[in-house]
Design a protein around this ligand. Structure first.
Ligand code: NAP
Length: 255
C-alpha cells in the first residue's frame, strides 16, 4: 500500500528537469504521489522520472509517473500538457507546482527589452498559464486542489542585476494571493514560496564573490538544499496544510 502525506494524489511539476522542480518530484513521490514531470527540456524531465522519482518511491521502475515536454510560456504547450495529463490519468492533478523559472541578469541601465520579456514570459506569464489551465480543470471536475508557485526572496527585497527577475517574482506573490482569494470557494488553495539561495544550476550564473557576499547575510550561513524546499512544497500540497492559502512563505535560512 502507498503511504505518505500525499498518497494517492496526482501532482504536476513544471521545471521538473532540474533543481527545485526535480527535488519536488522526488519528495512528492516519496510521500506517495504520482508525478507528472513537465519541462522544456524533455530529456531532463525523463531523467527526473527515471533516476529520482521512481527510485525515491522505492522501485526502479518508472511506474505511473510520466514526463511531458512543456514550454510554460506558450499557451498551446500548456494546453498540450493539460490534455495529455487528462488523457493519461482521466482526472486533473490536484497538486500543481510551478517551478519553471529563468534568469537573464544585467544592470537596469543595460538590460535589453528581450531579456526583460523572456524572463517575464517564463516566470510570471508561465505561472499564470499553468495555474489558470489546471484551476479550470479542477473547478470543472469539482475537485479540491493545492497550487504552489515558486517566487523568490529577491521578489521581496530586490537584487542587483535582477530588475526583470525580481519584478517577475514579486508578481508571482501578488498573483498567487489574488488567485487564492478567487479559488478559495472551490477549496483550491494557492500559496507562494520564496526561496533564498538554493544550491541548483540557476545559482551557478551568480558570480562566486556575489554568493559569498550574500551568504554573509544568511544567518544559517549556507546555501539551501533543493530537497529542503521540496519538503515545504510537499507539505503545502498535502492536507497537513489544509488551512493555509494566500500565504507567501520564506525559505531562506533567515536571509
Ligand atoms: P533550475 O535548476 O535552473 O531549474 C529550472 C528548470 O526550469 C530547468 O529544468 C529549466 O530548463 C526549466 N525551464 C526553463 N524555462 C522553462 C520553460 N519555458 N518551460 C518549462 N520549463 C522551463 O532552477 P531552480 O533553482 O530549480 O529554480 C526553480 C524555481 O525556483 C525557479 O522559478 C527559480 O526562479 C526559483 N528560485 C530559485 C532559487 C535558487 O537559489 N535556486 C532561489 C529563489 C527562487 P532549462 O534548463 O532547459 O532552461
Amino acid at each position: 500500500m502507498v503511504t505518505g502525506i500525499v498518497a494517492g494524489r496526482l501532482a504536476v511539476v513544471t521545471g521538473a528537469g532540474s533543481g527545485i522542480g526535480r527535488a519536488a518530484c522526488q519528495v512528492l513521490s516519496r510521500e506517495g504521489a504520482t508525478v507528472i514531470a513537465a519541462d522544456n527540456n524533455y530529456e531532463a524531465a525523463v531523467q527526473t522520472i527515471k533516476t529520482h522519482t521512481a527510485l525515491a518511491s522505492g522501485s526502479n521502475a518508472v511506474g505511473d509517473h510520466s514526463a511531458i515536454e512543456t514550454d510554460v510560456s506558450d499557451s498551446n504547450s500548456v494546453q498540450h500538457l493539460v490534455q495529455t495529463a487528462l488523457k493519461q490519468y482521466k482526472a486533473p492533478p490536484t497538486i500543481v507546482v510551478n517551478s519553471a523559472g529563468i534568469t537573464r541578469d544585467n544592470w537596469l541601465l543595460k538590460m535589453s527589452e528581450e531579456d526583460y520579456n523572456t524572463v517575464l514570459n517564463v516566470n510570471l506569464k508561465g505561472t499564470f498559464l499553468v495555474m489558470q489551465a489546471f484551476a479550470q480543470k479542477l473547478t470543472e471536475a469539482s475537485l479540491p486542489g493545492s497550487i504552489i508557485n515558486i517566487s523568490s526572496i529577491v521578489g521581496k527585497y530586490g537584487n542587483l542585476g535582477q530588475t526583470n527577475y525580481a519584478g517577475s517574482k514579486a508578481g508571482v506573490v501578488a498573483m498567487s494571493q489574488s488567485a487564492a482569494k478567487e479559488l478559495g470557494k472551490f477549496n483550491i488553495r494557492v500559496n507562494a514560496i520564496l526561496p533564498g539561495f538554493i544550491k541548483t544550476p540557476i545559482i551557478e550564473t551568480v558570480p562566486d564573490k556575489v554568493v559569498d557576499k550574500l551568504l554573509k547575510m544568511v544567518p544559517l550561513g549556507r546555501l539551501g538544499d533543493p530537497v529542503e524546499v521540496a519538503e515545504l512544497i510537499t507539505f503545502l500540497g498535502s492536507d497537513k496544510s489544509s488551512y493555509i492559502t494566500g500565504a507567501a512563505i520564506d525559505i531562506s535560512g533567515g536571509f
